[in-house]
Design a protein around this ligand. Sequence first.
Ligand SMILES: Nc1ncnc2c1ncn2[C@@H]1O[C@H](COP(=O)(O)OP(=O)(O)O)[C@@H](O)[C@H]1O
Ligand SMILES: [Mg+2]
Length: 242
Amino acid sequence: MATKNETIISFENVQKVYTNKSGMAYVALNGVSFEIKKGEFVAVMGPSGSGKTTVLDLMGTLDSPTGGSIIIAGKRVNEMSNSELAELRNMDIGFVFQSYNLVPYLSAIQNVMLPTMVSKKHGSEAMSNAIKLMKEVGLGDKLEKKPNELSGGEQQRVAVVRALVNNPKILLADEPTGNLDTKSAIAVLQILARVNKEFGTTIVLSTHDPEVGIFAKRRIFIRDGLITKENMMAKLSDTKKL
Ligand SMILES: Nc1ncnc2c1ncn2[C@@H]1O[C@H](COP(=O)(O)OP(=O)(O)O)[C@@H](O)[C@H]1O
Ligand SMILES: [Mg+2]
């Protein structure tokens, strides 16, 4: 049985060196260590170029580290086969990106159902769950709309539902509000906070914006590929009472 204090993501002295076509090496992460427990809501914060996307890509096993080790859901990533990695990405991890990444010729609900094609969970139960999630994010009347018929905020809410449709253990969101106006950004962040609370989904988002980071319960600050500080904060609901 999973206990609440179980570590779900562990980085141990993780390094990432990118080498460009002309052989020039760039150290994007220079020995990063932290642990994230099941059910946490963490913001990885830092200025542009600090290494946030690299951290999230490594967490999502979209890329591999050049040093150190990463353990996701109890498994050491560099010891996993390609098929095990694919299964981890498809079943246990949901991704949300700054640019929504919806398929333009599919409707909102078809976009949401895409991950269930891979996970082979696309029965009527999955469809009714998807419709329920779409209603919960306020898009119950937009199921048949194409992405270009939706606002940025609506597209990102579709992307969040798509990331949740396989009921992942971990939701990774890389600058999810980077392209949104304040009102739409708050709507998306409130959905993430609710998902974290109601489903217990572990959420890691990246942002350069302190006003976005405040929605998380814990912040990890990164600069030039190194963690500079960490802070935990009381729940937003508690801070409002101050
Ligand atoms: N594929 C790559 N090849 C070379 N350098 C890269 C590559 N991806 C990222 N970098 C560099 O690594 C650093 C960290 O990038 P990134 O993780 O995208 O930062 P952030 O998301 O915080 O803006 C940046 O200086 C960036 O230019
Ligand atoms: Mg980035």
